[in-house]
Write a protein that binds this ligand. Structure first.
Ligand SMILES: [Zn+2]
Length: 410
């Protein structure tokens, strides 16, 4: 028995008054975030040091008495948590700068940006006295809000925080709770998972996870909506309406993607004892990203994040091949590396000059098999996935990529 943290997200059924109150809270959070960002930039340019969330909150409390009295109308945790988010944004930015320096990052480093209403009203997080009822939730300042789904959020667990967010006119609450949890015994097999080109994933046991079909048709509609928006005159009423329709479409697609990914990661964590995957940073650099649509926007990193926390719940181990190794170019039969294998070639055929082992295999399956083998062969030489060992390096001379044990604490 151990305690775990888990979030339950569900839709709110708000009346007009409550919607207004939520908009005010989201506005206060947004304002605090932008104000904090500006203050951090100012202070950094003036002194070279940047104030923390705690400093900023103290400063903001003083401001409430003079410049922003309207902030008294919202719960104090909305701006406070927004400032905390800002601190996290900077932490991530520094982390990504480091990754970029090490050449492990393809994308942008993500310097924290101002929040605008252009991409939705955003969200705010509340802490303190939060009570969950079967069909409602009581939040500080906002009172009792109705939930659309009954009995989804546990009523007895200890609530740590609640985050209210808006997307395309719908409001949601995500309740973070701490609950008792028993990790079940997991006696499943070891599998390698190759993510993403055309199929969502290929497992080393031969199973594939297809990209759902409804997603493709939805993406088509998404493009049509997008074109409709760009044809409308800027600033016009029709453009606003078209943008609203586009937002709704985006919401549907986002939900479908999230659903597919969540179901897949849950299934893996529940039925496999060890899952070996590529380092998402590396995978992202090697792969043709736009083909992997179901993972698409959320990225390989999201797959890893979900799999890691679910693995901890269901007694599964996640092993990440942390150094670049040509998993798709290596023959899973004899270990020969095909340097000439092009990205478009869908089949791997062994052409080992020292004698081919005769392997002809789907490219992704071959890659998945190589990943699965990392654990098998490394546990021969050294116990690479032993309990609690993090980032085990293999002994020199053994030509195997480094494997990293994901931390099983949430
Ligand atoms: Zn071979």
């Amino acid at each position: 028995m151990s305690t775990i943290q888990r979030a339950y997200k569900t839709e709110l059924a708000l009346n007009d008054k409550q919607t207004t109150a939520c908009r005010k809270h989201a506005g206060a959070a947004r304002w605090a975030y932008n104000w904090g960002l500006a203050r951090k930039q100012e202070a950094y340019q003036a002194t070279g040091a940047s104030p923390t969330a705690v400093d900023l909150h103290r400063e903001l409390n003083a401001l409430k008495q003079t410049t922003v009295p309207w902030m008294y109308a919202v719960s104090k945790s909305a701006p406070q948590e927004a400032l905390r988010n800002l601190d996290h944004a900077f932490t991530h930015f520094y982390r990504r700068v480091q990754l970029k320096k090490q050449g492990k990052l393809r994308g942008k480093v993500g310097y924290p940006q101002r929040k605008t209403r252009k991409h939705g009203l955003g969200s705010f997080r509340l802490t303190g006295a939060i009570v969950v009822f079967p069909a409602a939730i009581q939040l500080p300042r906002l009172g009792r809000l109705r939930l659309k789904e009954r009995r989804y959020v546990p009523t007895t667990a200890k609530v740590l925080s609640a985050t209210v967010s808006e997307q395309a006119g719908h409001w949601y609450v995500s309740v973070l709770v701490e609950q008792e949890h028993v990790v079940p015994a997991n006696s499943g097999p070891t599998v390698g998972v190759d993510l993403g080109v055309k199929t969502l994933a290929t497992l080393s046991d031969g199973a594939t996870e297809a990209n759902p079909r409804h997603l493709r048709s939805c993406l088509k509609q998404l493009k049509r909506c997008q074109r409709a928006v760009s044809r409308k005159q800027k600033g016009s009423c029709n453009r606003r309406k078209a943008a609203q329709r586009l937002g709704t479409r985006h919401r549907t697609v986002a939900h479908q993607r999230a659903d597919t990914l969540h179901q897949f990661t849950s299934r893996l964590a529940k039925t496999k004892a060890v899952v070996v995957m590529e380092d998402p940073h590396v995978a992202g650099m090697l792969k043709n990203h736009h083909l992997a649509q179901a993972i698409g926007d959320v990225g390989f990193g999201e797959f890893r994040r979900q799999l890691t926390y679910k693995a901890a719940w269901y007694g599964c181990q996640v092993v990440v091949a942390s150094r670049w190794e040509p998993s798709s170019k290596t023959c899973s039969g004899c270990g020969w590396v095909d340097e000439e294998l092009a990205l478009g070639e869908r089949t791997f055929a062994c052409r080992n000059p020292k004698g081919s082992c005769g392997l002809v295999l789907d490219r992704d399956l071959n890659a998945a098999l190589n990943l699965a083998k990392l654990v098998d062969s490394s546990s021969d030489s050294q116990n690479a996935c032993g309990e609690g060992s993090a980032g085990v390096g293999l002994t020199a001379g053994v030509k195997l990529p480094l494997v990293k044990q994901e931390s099983n604490t949430v």
